[in-house]
Design a protein around this ligand. Structure first.
Ligand code: E4P
Length: 220
């Protein structure tokens, strides 16, 4: 099956999402409680604005840990918009609720995934996305990209449909390596998506072209 690599914006900033949309870099959005806090605005307002701006999946995260409380929150989240994906922590209760919601056709993103075993459980529970945290693994001196690679191989071995949404992306190199090992999607902060376009030789080359064009005294 041919599947285009998807780019998600890892932010709750409506302004930044709108800007990235102009070059097709918002196939979806992921948010989390820390990103909501950073915006300092009402959660429901932000969520509604993002969901109306983006047609792809928008992950909104629960903010409790027991299955009972998470179920109540998940039901409120899916009321916000049709494109809401319920983001659940990769815990035992999270997995139970994931199975329950998936059986009802509700899309789930199992977040805070740090091992292949956790990714296997997410797939068994029917999760639509699994989010392995590349940068946070690197912070603990474990190669985050290796985890993406292991999940890719394993999901392909058994034809699991769960999509690998590489998260906690901190650099251009992370994005390149995720693409090379076959992540289905990456979710990155807008600032990292921006620097993907940067290279010193591009800047140097452009400066020289502009200089020579000015000398030519011509106009387009
Ligand atoms: C993923 O869905 C999370 O929102 C995010 O990628 C976490 O990234 P961080 O480790 O840079 O906070």
């Amino acid at each position: 099956m041919v599947y285009e690599m998807k780019f998600f914006a890892d932010t709750a900033s409506v302004k930044k999402i709108a800007e990235l949309k102009t070059i097709n870099l918002v196939n979806g959005v992921t948010t989390n409680p820390s990103l909501i806090l950073k915006e300092g605005k009402d959660f429901h307002k932000i969520a509604r604005e993002i969901c109306s701006l983006v047609s792809g999946p928008v992950s909104l995260e629960v903010s409790s840990t027991s299955i009972k409380e998470m179920r109540v929150e998940a039901n409120k989240l899916i009321e916000i918009s049709d494109n809401v994906v319920v983001k659940l922590p990769l815990t035992w209760d999270g997995l139970k609720l994931c199975r329950e919601l998936s059986d009802k056709g509700i899309k789930v993103n199992m977040t805070l995934c740090f091992t292949l075993n956790q990714a296997l459980l997410a797939a068994k529970a029917g999760s639509h996305f699994v989010s392995p945290f590349v940068g946070r693994l690197d912070d603990s001196n474990i190669d985050g990209i290796e985890l993406i690679k292991k999940i890719r191989i394993t999901y392909d071995n058994y034809q699991f449909n769960t999509k690998i949404l590489a998260a906690s992306i901190r650099s251009q190199e992370h994005i390149e390596r995720c693409a090379l090992v076959g992540a289905d999607a990456i979710t990155a902060p807008p600032e990292i998506l921006h620097v993907m376009a940067d290279h010193p030789l591009t800047e140097k080359g452009l400066a020289k072209f502009l200089e020579d064009w000015a000398k030519s005294n011509q106009k387009i």
